[in-house]
Design a protein around this ligand. Structure first.
Ligand code: 6AU
Length: 327
């Protein structure tokens, strides 16, 4: 247990009574000084699978490397899982988040085995998996963990807070295994509190990525909507960052200038060889997205549809890592 004065970042807010202060009237959270974060302790990630305490071991080395590679993003992001992502990125020299859009557990497990060494986080659509059951799903979770990946469920919550809280449980029990989830902001700020309350129920830390932009053509996330989304995100300690449109350098640069340094931007809509995907998906170059301010590239078909997923993953890793060091 950490001393009280070091526990500056709350694990997750307790479920609120309906009458308590709304998220809308909360003050924006301030960046927390790095030395006070104890980010690994907060996530429980300072203890290795063998029970060793890693606080003063390899973590310190990564920390130096991470500060060099990530610069002010490392110093200013307040969510502990953003540091865990940045640390893994340094370890793997990759900013790749794998969108494992496959319909079977075996297919996803095989893909993780094949490309895991170049991937920092596994993004899933758990409701895509045929014949889902938790026992099989634990194979995905265990394989991803064994490869040092964060687990990210792209659930795109969009309901009232109470319903989002319930949806984090249920058949898929997302709250018990996902470190990160996506949420729309269309229903207002309470959806984030609902998601956070669900992690709180199972005593886990999690982070929310709000959709500030989308990569699909004709989407309705216009500039005013993006700005309102940032207001919601900046007022919540549970929001680790935003989804930005990786297919447009100008949209991304605009988003980064509004977001500042204190939150991450993760970008789908990137591909090394295609400009367009199926059914309205648009693509940009992953290195350009990173240079424009993206901190993680979300890659699906560029890897899982490739004839050689391992070398593709390696290419996305090196394009994104090279761009991070350049920027
Ligand atoms: O690389 P692709 O086009 O095969 O896959 C892109 C992945 C998919 C989408 O669900 C997701 O990225 N995505 C997202 C999110 C939140 O990740 C947002 C968005 O605007 N566009 C998009 O494609 O798994």
């Amino acid at each position: 247990m950490l001393p009280m004065e070091l526990r500056l970042f709350p694990r997750a807010s307790p479920p609120r009574l309906p009458s308590v202060q709304s998220s809308q009237s909360r003050l924006p959270d301030q960046p927390v000084p790095l030395d006070a974060w104890c980010w690994r302790e907060l996530t429980g990630l300072h203890i290795s699978e063998k029970g060793e305490d890693l606080t003063n071991g390899p973590v310190q080395d990564y920390r130096m490397k991470a500060e060099d590679a990530w610069g002010s993003r490392w110093v200013n992001c307040a969510h502990p899982l953003s540091h865990e992502f940045m640390r893994v990125a340094c370890e793997k020299e990759s900013l790749v988040v794998l969108a494992a859009d496959l319909p079977t557990v075996d297919g996803i497990v095989q893909l993780i085995e094949d490309v895991g060494e170049y991937v920092c986080a596994l993004k899933t659509h758990v409701d895509m998996v045929e014949g889902f059951n938790m026992e099989d799903w634990s194979k995905v979770v265990d394989t991803a963990r064994s490869k040092g990946m964060l687990l990210f469920e792209d659930r795109k919550f969009a309901d009232i807070g109470r319903v989002a809280q319930t949806q984090m449980g249920g058949l898929y029990d997302i709250r018990s295994w996902a470190d990160l989830v996506t949420s729309h902001s269309i229903s207002g700020p309470d959806v984030v509190d609902g998601v956070a309350a669900a992690w709180d129920e199972v005593e886990r830390i999690g982070g929310v990525l709000l959709l500030a932009q989308m990569s699909s053509s004709g989407n309705l996330l216009v500039e005013g909507y993006t700005e309102s989304t940032l207001e919601i995100g900046n007022a919540s300690p549970h929001v680790l960052g935003y989804i930005g449109n990786g297919s447009s350098v100008s949209e991304l640069e605009g988003l980064r200038s509004k977001v500042g340094e204190g939150r991450m931007i993760w970008t789908p809509g990137v591909n090394l060889s295609a400009e367009e995907g199926v059914l309205g998906q648009r693509y940009g170059h992953p290195a350009e997205a990173v240079l424009a301010g993206s901190d993680a590239i979300i890659v699906g078909s560029g890897i899982h549809r490739s004839e050689d997923p391992l070398s593709s993953a390696q290419e996305y890793a090196s394009a994104s890592w090279g761009a991070l060091l350049e920027r």
